[in-house]
Design a protein around this ligand. Structure first.
Ligand SMILES: Nc1ncnc2c1ncn2[C@@H]1O[C@H](COP(=O)(O)OP(=O)(O)OP(=O)(O)O)[C@@H](O)[C@H]1O
Length: 253
């Protein structure tokens, strides 16, 4: 079943066409990767999916709902969560607190109720801790819950970012270069984590430069070139596609 569908998507910045007439669909439960050389339009596409950019044309629907005109928090409320290429971690807070911040989509407590410390607020806080610890466990970080986030090495910070994105209990997770800056061991851990997320039924859209990772874990791969769809298919299909080889190596095959 299709969970996300983009139809004739366009994005222009003045005279620059960053994404042109792009159509694709993501099937529920799959790992769908978007690759392409520098400047191909990956980040622009990612930002449109998450509501950071308004498309110049075309439509995006998620679970049958048109995302047009929705603010980022409204898109998040549909069940779409994202991670950032540049870490958005609160370094002075603990690991657990960082994830608890991500739970706000699932809670109902307002400022006044919280200030009054009503029993419902205390119950909800306990629930938030539980959800957060669950997300940390999934990301292999539960033993670091009380550590200050700023003391974590980069690979663990990247996984913390994912734990926070999971705290909102998303159906769909858009990941912006999760392996960027990771060493080989950390990349393997990241791959295993992404696979665990898929096993939990989360649909994943992955924008990633690490070809090894993309080819190992993706169900399907979309290749962009100059903002247009160059190819789409299984990792094996796109790797053998002459247009893709040409886009990456800059020569005819
Ligand atoms: N805010 C912007 N204003 C003007 N032009 C932009 C803007 N964002 C992107 N572009 C242009 O749109 C095109 C696509 O850029 P985009 O960043 O989406 O590519 P990318 O595939 O993510 O590249 P990279 O792999 O280097 O991150 C490029 O020509 C870029 O210069």
């Amino acid at each position: 079943m299709t969970i996300l569908q983009a139809v004739n998507l366009d994005k222009h910045f003045g005279g620059v066409a960053a994404v042109t007439d792009l159509s694709f669909s993501v099937t529920e439960g799959e790992i769908y990767s978007v690759i392409g050389p520098n400047g191909a339009g990956k980040t622009t596409l990612f930002n449109m999916l998450c509501g950071y950019y308004v498309p110049s044309g075309g439509s995006i629907t998620f679970a049958g709902k048109d995302l047009a005109g929705m603010e980022t928090h409204q898109i998040a409320a549909q069940g779409i969560s994202r991670t950032f290429q540049n870490l958005q971690v609160f370094y002075n807070m603990t690991v657990l607190e960082n994830v608890m911040v991500g739970c706000h989509m699932r809670t109902r407590t307002g400022l006044i109720k919280a200030a009054l410390r009503l029993p419902s607020v205390i119950r909800e806080e306990r629930q938030v801790r539980e959800w957060s610890l669950e997300a940390l466990t999934l990301c292999g970080l539960e033993h670091l819950a009380d550590r200050e986030a700023g003391s974590l090495p980069y690979g663990e910070l990247k996984r913390l970012e994912i734990a926070r994105a999971l705290a909102s209990d998303p159906k769909f997770l858009a990941m912006d270069e999760p392996a960027a800056g990771l060493n080989d061991t950390e990349t393997v851990e990241m791959r295993q984590l992404i696979q665990r997320l898929k096993e939990r039924g989360i649909t994943i859209l992955l924008v990633e430069h690490n070809m090894g990772l993309v080819m190992q874990i993706s169900d399907r791969v979309l290749v962009l070139g100059f903002g247009c769809l160059l190819a789409e298919g299984t990792p094996q299909e796109v790797q053998n596609n002459p247009a893709v080889i040409k886009a990456y190596l800059g020569e005819d095959v």
